[in-house]
Design a protein around this ligand. Structure first.
Ligand code: F6R
Length: 609
């Protein structure tokens, strides 16, 4: 769960690597380092614990010359964040340096073997075995030594490697961790993600597992693990560099919250067109295959899992197919029941989440068809699934997911309608009705973004609390879960979501004078029942923010403050409601002075188990 970059060319490698690492800090930010080879063929390293700014300060004092190098921003797995554990790691002779994203599962075994051959180790990391293993196999060809070393390594890795014995070169390889290659003019790049190189090139090659790249400023070559030369396609990235910047907002999170009307519109584009059947690019499922589906699993983690819970409501309601939603880390070990009538949907913003990817592989190995919903083109889940439905949210940099969630909801509606259309479980008029309602969502989302003042006021009165409860029934309960996650991850306030009717079975014991409760009551058929649940907590002294649809003004008799969301088809309301909760979480964290884009202990992309 780290970010890696690499450069070969004519320019100053230090600034290119630092610039790239800045864009990758969302992948980890407990330490950072670079290794740069100068014109004399000497390799110099600079490392620093803490944020990238520390490394930048160090390099300002002692700049590193050279136009070949690798860099790393770390999120610790093996060994605490420290200068010693920070990457790049070198072999004992300090001739080879390596940056690594992933986990080497058999590193202890390899370490013992290398120690028996006279090697010494200095860090607590799994990574340090890699440069030493490469050194062990080095017989005058870096690429061959890397191939030999990686054939002995078990686990996940994206690696960038340099050596003073071949000073004008960077070698890289990936397995189960992301890595892309940037193609410039007389210069080449490697990076964990596209934004790291967008300032230099938009031409990108996506590496598959166990593919190698060898690059000098003159040429670049790709190889299979057997050493066979590969022809790789170059993809032109359409995101511009600005899309990955904050664009005038204080944090990426608030910028991304405000991008939702655009993201929702983009995700519907070409799929939801009035008067035309739903069409989904990259989904090859036939009508017969859809009719044949008897069971769907939706598997994901965190926020994507919460979107999956809404997906269950939506697909069951629209297409009348039973859906089970699972947390990926549980699903992969629970021996789920599959048949040839099962469909697995994996949902992952990054497309690289280790548990989600493992669930996909488990299902595929058992012959189950897999549809991936992801935001990252070329990501691992998109390449390994049978069918892909992309969310067009654009790069999501803030650790707390916002626009990825709302666009995941949109894909759930699209899939639900697509299945319904093929199974005839809804009439064309009913489908058209929902489609038309969906097309109003971007403007409804714009309206919600204007609620800043009410939410800011509520946040200023609540940010000092230690606990917060979110209540909802039906689809609102699923949204409440996402609201609670947003609050806890960025403001560190303990917040939990409960189904309104479940509260009295235990949790109500926690309600006392002044306890903060956010009650969602957007579903008209459950409105009165929800208000009864709210009364249960107000009677015990809770302070309640009630959230309902415009027109339900009677809520004001029951709650302390009320917030209204615009009317839209009730099944679509989560898209709108959640934006209020995202804003609320943001303003609470801002009032508390938290580091919103980089919450403690978290990383954006969880590529380890
Ligand atoms: C929370 C959050 C995480 C992710 C989870 C899955 O705001 O971002 O809970 O949703 O780690 O990530 P992806 O969707 O990349 O698989």
């Amino acid at each position: 769960m780290c970010g890696i970059v690499g450069y070969v060319g004519e320019k100053n490698a230090e600034s290119i690597l630092l610039n790239g690492l800045r864009k990758l800090e969302y992948r980890g930010y407990d330490s950072a380092g670079v290794a740069i080879i100068n014109k004399k063929g000497e390799m110099n390293l600079a490392k620093s614990k803490g944020r990238l700014a520390n490394l930048e300060d160090k390099l300002k004092q002692n700049p590193l010359e050279g136009s070949v190098g690798i860099g790393h921003t770390r999120w610790a797995t093996h060994g605490e964040p420290s200068d010693l554990n920070c990457h790049p790691h070198t072999n004992q002779k300090k001739t080879i340096s390596v940056v690594h994203n992933g986990i080497i599962e058999n590193y202890l075994e390899l370490k013992e073997y290398l120690i028996s051959k006279g090697y010494e180790f200095y860090s607590e990391t799994d990574t340090e075995v890699i440069p030493n293993l490469i050194d062990y196999y080095y017989k005058g060809n870096l690429l061959e030594a890397v191939m030999e070393a990686t054939s002995k390594i078990e686990g996940s890795y994206a690696l960038g490697i340099t050596s003073v014995d071949e000073p004008g070169k960077v070698v890289a390889v990936r397995k189960d961790s992301p890595l892309i290659v940037g193609i410039g003019k007389g210069e080449y790049f490697i990076a964990s993600d596209v934004p790291a190189i967008l300032n230099h090139t938009r031409d990108v090659v996506y590496l598959n597992d166990k593919e190698f790249v060898e690059m000098t400023k003159e040429e670049i070559s790709f190889y299979s693990k057997e050493g066979k030369k590969l022809e790789k396609d170059i993809h032109h990235v359409t995101w511009n560099a600005d899309a990955a910047e904050k664009g005038g907002f204080e944090h990426f999170m608030i910028k991304e919250i405000h991008e939702q009307p655009r993201a929702i519109r983009d995700t519907m584009a070409s799929r939801i067109i009035p008067g035309k059947p739903i069409s989904i690019d990259n989904i090859a499922l036939t009508k017969e295959q859809i009719k044949n589906i008897e069971k769907i699993y939706i598997v994901a983690c965190g926020t994507a899992y919460h979107a999956g819970i809404i997906g269950k409501y939506v697909i069951e309601k629209m297409a009348r197919i039973p859906v089970e939603v699972d947390i990926a880390s549980e699903f992969r070990y629970r021996d789920p029941i599959f048949s040839d009538k099962t469909l697995l949907i994996v949902m992952s913003q990054s497309g690289e989440t280790a548990d989600t990817l493992a669930a996909l592989r488990e299902a595929k190995a058992k012959g189950v068809r897999v549809v991936a919903i992801t935001n990252v083109v070329g990501s691992s889940v998109s390449r390994e699934a049978d069918d892909v439905l992309y969310t067009w949210a654009g790069p999501e940099i803030a650790v707390a997911s916002t626009k990825a969630y709302t666009t995941q909801l949109i894909t759930m509606y699209i899939l639900g309608l697509f299945f319904a259309q093929n199974k005839n479980t809804m009439t064309s008029a009913e489908i058209e009705d929902i489609k038309n309602s969906m097309l109003t969502l971007p403007e409804k989302a714009e309206e919600i973004l204007k609620q800043k003042e009410v939410l800011q006021k509520f946040a200023e009165n609540t940010y000092m609390h230690k606990d917060m409860f979110f209540l909802g029934r039906g689809i609102d309960y699923a949204v409440a879960m996402e609201g609670a996650l947003k609050v806890k991850e960025i403001s560190y306030i303990h917040s939990e979501a409960y189904a309104g009717g479940e509260l009295k079975h235990g949790t109500i014991a926690l309600i006392e004078k002044g306890t903060i409760v956010i009650a969602l009551a957007t579903q008209n058929d459950l409105y009165e029942k929800m208000l009864s649940n709210v009364r249960e907590v107000t009677t015990r002294g809770a302070k309640v923010l009630g959230l309902t649809v415009e027109g339900n003004n009677s809520i004001e008799k029951t709650v302390d403050s009320a917030l209204y969301v615009p009317q839209v088809n009730s099944v679509l309301l989560p898209v709108i409601t959640v934006i209020s909760l995202q804003l609320l979480a943001y303003y609470i964290a801002a009032a508390k002075g938290c580091d919103i884009d980089k919450p403690r202990n978290l990383a954006k992309s969880v590529t380890v188990e």
